[in-house]
Design a protein around this ligand. Sequence first.
Ligand SMILES: Cc1ncc(COP(=O)(O)O)c(C=O)c1O
Length: 461
Amino acid sequence: MTDSWANLGLDVHLERAGRRVRAGLEGSLREAVQTGRLLPGTRLPPSRTLARDLGVARNTVAEAYGQLVAEGWLAARRGSGTVVAEQAAHVAAPERSAAAGEPRIRYDLRPGRPDLGMFPRAAWLGATRRALADAPDAALGYGDPRGVPELRQALAGYLGRVRGVRASADVVVVCTGFVQALGLVCRVAAAAGARRIGVEARGLDQHRAVAARTGLEIARVAVDADGAVVEALGDADLALLTPAHQFPMGVPLAPGRRRAAVDWASTGGRLIVEDDYDGEFRYDRRAVGAMQALAPDRIVYAGTASKSLAPGLRLAWMVAPAELVGALAEEKALADSGSAVIDQLALAHLIRSGGYDRHVRRCRLTYQRRRERLVTALGRGVPGARVVGVPAGLHVLVELPGGMAEADVVAAAARRGVAVLGLDAFGGGDRPALVVGYATPPEHAFTTAVARLMAALAEAG
Ligand SMILES: Cc1ncc(COP(=O)(O)O)c(C=O)c1O
């Protein structure tokens, strides 16, 4: 059905596709602004008038106006109603002008990244200053490939206190990101005769590739509502799991599965790599402790600063079974002769001073609020969508309502300058879904990022 809207002296056609009247109205208005048919400063009819003209509910028009205000196409002015925003031309321009014809990313809702604007620069500077002031010259040489003793000590205490990890400084190995930790474990295991590694069927390609490069055969293990189906690990020699918060499905490994995984590892001297990539961020209650405590001699616990501080630090750590530490240290020495000392010392100071805890608490509050805002917006804007998993981490899995295709939403989002990924990017699932990272946009851009994602979902619906 097509309505003609002549009040403005313009012949703006509103395609009203079935039930999605509001989405149709939004799309038509947005398009009219984008193409210059509605010029900046143009006053729109009051929502009551337009609703009457179109024969739709007033709320539908008010919500469409609200959405376009949030996206920056329209502006609501006290006393003069709703007008086409002066800067609407600028909103449109960058998205359409990228050199290769590709839309420019203005809002990054891909999973896996923290808000880099929250990096505790002052605290890090202070910690680095202290580290340099305290460190003797000898500390700046090649050191223990496992990492500087100060950081290994600080991490052992921190991980025991916060994640329940059974750790002493001796068995901590500092790495250049989790990605290196995984590579080291796989190489050591392969050298000891391991042939197959069980990897969650939904996860990061990069991690599978790292394991495959060491010569291990990859066995994909299904993931369901209880996490990885560990019963299917079968005759693999080691496994890579995300027990606290499966990536990307967002579910924790169920208690029975945790026990089954430990039993599997304990029989036959197998190993589990526990990727605790976002264990600090649980919002509804205290996070379930690390699985490593159930079998410290079979589980390599691994954590990273990539979510809690910044990926650019390239700092991660593992707590390894004592019998593996020597071989891991040897591999680490071969890989890079040890991680950067000054950053390690700075992190040790940050942890010891309580600055790391304070920073994590601040991030936790921010990310929790963002998650709630995103989930509320989804509930209102896309009633058929289902948010899967526990409130934790920096991303949420959103199953799309019937008939909506991942690729359509991703493309509609890209046209609005929003980068978001479908579950396909992580191995796919039974139903179309988005993996939305809510931590990356700076705070001031978050509302618009969500509004644009909602607009994309409405368009694809
Ligand atoms: C599932 C998962 N594990 C681990 C990491 C951390 O990797 P790294 O420490 O190499 O930055 C990430 C980061 O995105 C991740 O998504």
